[in-house]
Write a protein that binds this ligand. Structure first.
Ligand SMILES: Nc1ncnc2c1ncn2[C@@H]1O[C@H](COP(=O)(O)OP(=O)(O)OP(=O)(O)O)[C@@H](O)[C@H]1O
Length: 855
């Protein structure tokens, strides 16, 4: 049967000048840059210069620090503007805020250069559509500041689509007392594991889920409803610094009002109180036998995934509205997704838009031959992309034999899902994260969207019947994933099928719900795109982006000595770091990082998958100045320290570049020294802190070898657990094994808590890599790199020196997937043939009445 197999601080986004993060030579970003400039020009700033005493300054500093954690709403009276003596700093801060968006847009533009002229949406427009900033002063006139004191600015960004007025479903979650490691051990001995999703708790003690229908347009949009605090760096010219609150007001239309969860869904969710169990013996889980249909019976897999889950949380479900289609992304008259022109388009945009806004039914699409011709031409690249993927599948078929013969990596790592307590979740925090059809900027030109829309228009709706199952990719704890082709389009998808009865009986419905809700809000190149979701009484199906390159666990096994080179490891962990940073910005703590969950795309870049163990929580984006500038005292030994220095190029006394002392440094060393000198002298830029600082959970979730000590000890954990797992992940990629693995799971857990970190002598790993691992694998979360300022802290580590974060997705990956990873697409035995045939039959039966929801 089908389901048998299923089984502190704030983070920062570094605010940097676009010069640093964006290559000026890359004209693709100029649009973006100009647009951001315009954005800041739109911020009206009004002078309000006031003095503050020294003692007040101290208070102010402390206040500013606290502002790192949560926004302050200090003034009832807000004005529409304020004066800022340092507009550049504010601009820099916003630039940093936008940098991921800029990166995505740059890559989108690159990827779709041939298509871009067909699109009516420019990057500039995309940015403009996100925000219209309004800066509001929140300080009362009694607040006075002295010269030189950092300005603190609170900024609220409201997305272009106003927040949904949906009445989110809210439920109470009982708080479970902290468990101890000893308690966990005894718990383990019972072999009782329960599945379920963790529900976050909003500050008033309730938990909420996003139900609005507007999918976020990237993290900017996601964080846009939250307050930002800016502490503007002081400058010598600044004479005042007022605490102000700036509010960015949206301009665009409102998001559609989402439907409330159906009674059935509510009933399902109400069943999620008690727990199911999955026993763990060593590294293996004895999965309970499901009563679900045989669709998900075990088939050969490339590796073993064993997960144990414990749940003590309620979940509320959300119902997505039936697929309203984003007109902007509706089937373009000038674009046909695939070469096979089974769906004919009419070159009438207005009519199509009109139809898009209506029901999805009865669309008969026509296109003139000339349009079709040009469309096919323009879609050459995309078609080839589709076809390439298909050829990949065929290659995989051919090579599957070798895989079946033993080139199969076995991962002994199993994820644990023991949900025992909650964290904070703002009701508002997910309103902007809900879906709107295809409104995902970085994938807006993706042909799979077009394919789905075209089929929907042609057929009236999309059902699973329109997907042809090609192979079973694997089964997880809550569902089975199939590689499927949307028939007639050459477009491949990964369809995750979950049996509702199974989920309910195993108390895993809320985990599925969590995964769906997180997938819905994602819009990032290193995270999966969710194209559609089936709402059916019997099945829940997620139609996701397909990743043909296998996962990093399999890829690592194929490396010489089963470990990656340092350069390759750096690439993969850097992309994972960006994905984690983005997730944190959305208020998602991932909690299950491991090579098995890092998939490799066709282009060799990564995709982080599997979100059913993730924690959703509150995140309060905060812009803070990182620290006061450090002014080095002039070196007495340096000739430049002398006021008598007459060298016109000597920047005495601030710059520690000697004008007389000969330095025999390499060019690179000189550059490094210059950078270091400048960094020491220049006022630090503010940093965007966007990490769920208030999040605390006592849930026991993760994978044994990757569990952070605070999770094992039951001390409560927050976003720092992702930096611990990040350290383990880097270690494993470099050394080919995890650092604390013991004989069994309990040994492993004990090692994690008490054993010192050791590095093997072989392979030889650079000191910077070891230093980074050491800083990440601090047992105390507060000492851990990233715990205070999140991903930005980690990005600045020397291990990543020279990495262009903004353009990493344009870099050449260490290697392209070897498509034998696809494995058993074509079975090489009669038995497998039968299994595939049966799976296809079952897959078909699932789709009989299943209707898709568009996102
Ligand atoms: N988008 C995708 N493209 C390619 N393969 C995928 C995709 N999503 C999942 N898979 C593969 O399908 C298999 C099952 O994935 P799934 O996420 O359901 O299970 P899992 O990783 O064990 O997690 P969980 O048990 O928590 O659901 C895994 O082997 C995974 O690599």
């Amino acid at each position: 049967m089908l389901l048998e197999e299923m089984g502190g601080l704030p983070c920062t986004s570094e605010i940097t000048e676009s010069i640093e993060d964006v290559n000026p030579a890359t004209d693709k970003l100029y649009c973006m840059k100009d647009d951001i400039n315009k954005l800041f020009e739109a911020i009206e700033i009004r002078a309000s210069q006031r003095g503050v005493s020294k003692s007040e300054r101290g208070v102010k500093d402390a206040f500013s620090r606290s502002a790192m954690k949560r926004p302050m709403r200090s003034s009832p009276s807000r004005t529409s503007g304020f004066d800022n003596s340092e507009p550049a700093s504010l601009k820099q801060a916003f630039r940093g805020l936008c940098i991921s968006q800029a990166s995505e847009l740059a890559a989108v533009k690159k990827r779709s250069s041939k298509m871009s002229r067909l699109s009516g949406v420019s990057e500039t427009g995309a940015v403009k559509s996100l925000y219209r900033p309004v800066v509001v002063q929140i300080n009362g006139p009694e607040h006075t500041v002295n010269e030189g004191v950092g300005n603190v600015v609170e900024i609220s960004l409201i997305p272009d689509r106003s927040m949904s007025n949906t009445s989110d479903k809210i439920s109470e979650l009982p708080t479970k007392e902290k468990s101890t490691y000893a308690a966990y051990s005894s718990h383990l001995s019972k072999d009782a594991m329960e599945g379920g999703s963790e529900i976050s708790k909003i500050s008033d003690g309730k938990k909420a889920f996003p139900h609005s229908t507007d999918i976020g347009a990237g993290y900017l949009k996601e964080v846009s409803e939250r307050k930002l605090f800016l502490e503007l760096p002081h400058s010598s010219t600044a004479t005042s610094a007022n605490k102000v609150e700036a509010q960015t007001v949206s301009t665009s239309d409102e998001a559609p009002t989402p439907a409330m969860p159906s009674d059935k869904e509510q009933a399902l969710d109400s069943d999620l109180v008690s727990c199911s169990s999955t026993s763990i013996i060593g590294n293996k889980v004895n999965r309970p036998t499901s009563n679900s249909p045989s669709l998900m019976r075990p088939v050969s897999r490339s590796r073993t995934f064993v997960k144990k889950k414990v749940i003590s949380a309620l979940s509320s479900s959300s119902k997505q509205p039936n697929g309203g289609i984003d007109n902007n992304l509706s089937c373009s008259t000038s674009e046909i997704p695939c070469q096979t022109p089974e769906y004919v388009l009419r070159n009438d945009q207005k009519e199509e838009d009109k139809k898009s806004s209506e029901s999805c039914g009865e669309n008969s699409i026509e296109v003139t031959s000339s349009v079709l011709e040009s469309s096919v031409t323009k879609l050459g690249s995309s078609s080839s992309s589709c076809n390439r993927t298909r050829s990949i599948v065929k290659k995989g078929d051919e090579r599957s034999l070798s895989r079946e013969k033993g080139e199969i990596s076995q991962s002994s790592k199993s994820s644990i899902g023991d949900y025992s307590s909650t964290t904070s979740l703002s009701e508002e925090s997910y309103r902007s994260g809900s879906s709107r059809s295809g409104y995902r900027p970085h994938m807006s030109k993706d042909l799979r969207w077009e394919a789905i829309r075209c089929v929907q228009k042609q057929q009236g709706n999309i059902s699973l019947k329109q997907f042809k199952m090609l192979k079973k990719l694997g089964g997880g704890d809550i569902g089975t994933v199939y590689l499927s082709e949307l028939m007639g389009t050459n477009c491949l998808f990964a369809v995750k099928v979950m049996d509702n009865d199974f989920l309910t009986s195993r108390r895993k419905m809320s985990r599925a719900q969590t995964e769906k809700e997180i997938l819905q809000i994602l819009d990032h190149p290193f995270l999966p795109t969710l194209y559609s979701h089936i709402t059916n009484d019997k099945y829940s199906c997620l139609v996701m982006e397909y990743c043909p390159g296998g996962d990093l666990h399999v890829l690592r096994q194929k490396q010489a000595n089963k470990n990656f080179s340092e350069q390759a490891a750096r690439f993969y962990v850097a992309e994972v770091l960006l994905a984690l940073e983005y997730l944190h910005m959305l208020g998602v703590i991932y909690r299950d990082l491991k090579p098995e969950n890092v998939l490799v795309r066709e282009d060799g870049h990564i995709m982080l998958s599997d979100f059913d163990l993730s924690l959703r929580c509150v995140v309060n984006p905060t812009l803070v100045k990182s620290s006061t500038p450090v002014i080095k005292p002039p070196k007495t030994s340096s000739p430049c320290s002398e006021s008598s220095c007459i060298d016109p190029f000597c920047l005495h006394p601030s710059w520690q570049v000697s004008c007389f002392t000969p330095r025999f440094l390499s060019a690179a060393a000189k550059t490094r020294k210059l950078k270091a000198d400048i960094a020491a002298q220049v006022t630090p830029l503010p940093q965007l802190v966007v990490e769920p600082t208030e999040a605390r959970s006592n849930s026991f979730v993760g994978t044994h070898e990757y569990l952070a000590p605070e999770i094992i000890k039951g001390e409560g954990h927050g976003s720092a657990v992702d930096w611990w797992t990040f350290g383990i992940f880097l270690y494993e990629l470099l050394y080919g094994r995890t650092p604390f693995k013991g004989q069994g799971n309990e040994d492993t857990l004990a090692n994690v808590v008490s054993q010192c970190l050791k590095f093997p002598a072989y392979p030889v790993v650079s000191s910077s890599a070891r230093d980074l691992i050491r800083r990440l694998l601090q047992k105390e979360p507060e000492n851990r790199l990233g715990a205070e300022k999140g991903a930005a802290e980690i990005k600045q580590h020397p291990f990543f020196e020279g990495l262009n974060w903004a353009l990493i997705r344009c870099e050449t990956p260490p290697e392209l997937p070897r498509f034998c990873d696809l494995g058993n697409v074509i079975p090489d035995t009669n038995q497998q043939n039968k299994e595939i045939a049966k799976s296809q039959k079952e897959f078909k039966s699932i789709g009989e009445n299943a209707e898709f929801e568009m996102f």
